[in-house]
Design a protein around this ligand. Structure first.
Ligand SMILES: [Zn+2]
Length: 356
C-alpha cells in the first residue's frame, strides 16, 4: 500500500526565499497564531514578503494555498484585514503609536484574523509605552507582526513580548537562484549577487537596472584613471556620484508609477486625492537616499575587491593594497554619516592616488 505524501502546511509560505528556519516557525504558527511576532533581521531579507505570506496563510480558507483570491489579494497587499503601518518620520511618534492601538482594536472585516504589520518599529523610541499594552494583549482576532533591524534599548520590552523570528542575509547562491527563477539570465544574476550583500530587494533592483554593468566597470577602472592630478580624480569622483544618481532616477520612475496606481485606486474607491500621500512621498525619499548610499557602498566594495586581488603580488604591492582597503573601509563607514558624497570620494581617490 502506498501512502500519499502529506500536503505541506500553508504552501503559500514556500514563496519566502532563503529563510528555512523562519518559514518552519511560521508554518508551525499558522494553526494557532500567538498575539505578536518579531521579524528581526537586516533590510532586504524578505521580512515584509514573509509577513504578507504569513497573513495569507491565516486568511486563506484553504489553509494558505497560495493560489486563491484571498491569498492573491493578501500577497499583493490588497486584503482589507492586512494593515501595514509605516513610520511617518525618522522615528515612530506617539500619535502614530496611538493610531496603531486604535487599529489593533478593530475586528476583522472578512478573515478570521486581522494582521497588523508594523514596519521598522525598532525606531519606536518615546512611543514605546503607548504601544506596550496593545502588543502584550491585542484582541484575540488581531495578530501583530513587528519588523525590526535590531533591538535598541527603547525597544527591548516590546521585543520581549513577541515571538522572535530571525531573518538572515541570503547566501549568494540563494540570491542567484531567486533571480534566475524570476527570469534573469544566470550570468547577470551572478554578477548582481556578488554586490547585493545578501539582500534580495537590492539584487532585484540591480538586475532590472540597465546601467548596472557600466557602473561596476566604472568602479573597476578607478585605479587606472588616477594620474596624480587633482583634475583626474575630481572627474572620476563626479562620474561615480552621477552614476549612482542614474540608479536613483530608475527608482524614481518606479515610485511615480506606484503613486499613480495608488491614486487611480483611491479614485475608484471614491476618495478625493490620495490619502496618506505625504507619507508615501516621505517613504519614497527615504528609499531614494538608501538606494544611493547602498549603491556607492557596493561600488566601494567592488574597489576593495580589486585591491584584495593584488595581495598576492609581492610585499610592496601587498602593503599598498592593505592600506588601500583600509582607506576604502573608512570611506564606506563615513558614507552612512550623511556626508557630501562627492567630497568623500574625492578624499578617498586622492589618498589612493598618493599610494600608487
Ligand atoms: Zn489561498
Amino acid at each position: 500500500m502506498t501512502v500519499a505524501p502529506a500536503t505541506p502546511v500553508a504552501p503559500v509560505l514556500d514563496r519566502v526565499i532563503g529563510q528555512p528556519t523562519a518559514v518552519a516557525a511560521l508554518r508551525a504558527a499558522t494553526k494557532a497564531p500567538l498575539h505578536a511576532y518579531l521579524f528581526i533581521g537586516p533590510p532586504g531579507t524578505g521580512r515584509e514578503d514573509a509577513a504578507r505570506a504569513f497573513a495569507a496563510a491565516l486568511f486563506c480558507p484553504n489553509g494558505g494555498c497560495g493560489t486563491c483570491d484571498v491569498c492573491e489579494a493578501t500577497l499583493a497587499g490588497r486584503h482589507p484585514d492586512l494593515v501595514v503601518v509605516e513610520r511617518h518620520g525618522a522615528s515612530i511618534s506617539v500619535p502614530q503609536a496611538a493610531e496603531v492601538v486604535r487599529l489593533a482594536a478593530r475586528t476583522p472585516r472578512a478573515a478570521p484574523y486581522q494582521v497588523l504589520v508594523l514596519i521598522d518599529f525598532h525606531l519606536v523610541e518615546k512611543a514605546a509605552p503607548t504601544l506596550l499594552k496593545t502588543i502584550e494583549e491585542p484582541p484575540s482576532t488581531t495578530v501583530i507582526v513587528v519588523t525590526a533591524e535590531s533591538v535598541p534599548a527603547d525597544f527591548v520590552t516590546i521585543a520581549s513580548r513577541c515571538a522572535r523570528i530571525e531573518f538572515r542575509p541570503l547566501a549568494e547562491p540563494e540570491v542567484v537562484e531567486a533571480l534566475v527563477r524570476e527570469g534573469a539570465g544566470r550570468a547577470m544574476a551572478e554578477a548582481v549577487a556578488q554586490v547585493a550583500e545578501g539582500r534580495l530587494d537590492r539584487a532585484r533592483l540591480l538586475v532590472a537596472d540597465p546601467g548596472f554593468s557600466a557602473r561596476i566597470a566604472r568602479w573597476r577602472d578607478v585605479p587606472t584613471r588616477l594620474d596624480g592630478t587633482g583634475a583626474a580624480l575630481a572627474i572620476a569622483a563626479a562620474e561615480l556620484v552621477a552614476a549612482a544618481n542614474e540608479l536613483v532616477e530608475v527608482v524614481k520612475a518606479r515610485q511615480s508609477a506606484e503613486l499613480e496606481e495608488l491614486a487611480e485606486q483611491a479614485k475608484m474607491m471614491g476618495e478625493r486625492g490620495l490619502p496618506g500621500r505625504a507619507d508615501i512621498e516621505a517613504r519614497h525619499r527615504r528609499e531614494q537616499r538608501r538606494i544611493r548610499t547602498d549603491d556607492l557602498r557596493a561600488g566601494l566594495a567592488t574597489l576593495a575587491a580589486l585591491y584584495r586581488g593584488r595581495l598576492d603580488s609581492g610585499p610592496a604591492d601587498a602593503r599598498t593594497a592593505i592600506r588601500a582597503i583600509e582607506l576604502i573601509d573608512e570611506a564606506a563607514k563615513r558614507l552612512t554619516l550623511n556626508v557630501n558624497d562627492t567630497l568623500l570620494l574625492e578624499w578617498l581617490l586622492a589618498k589612493l592616488d598618493r599610494l600608487s
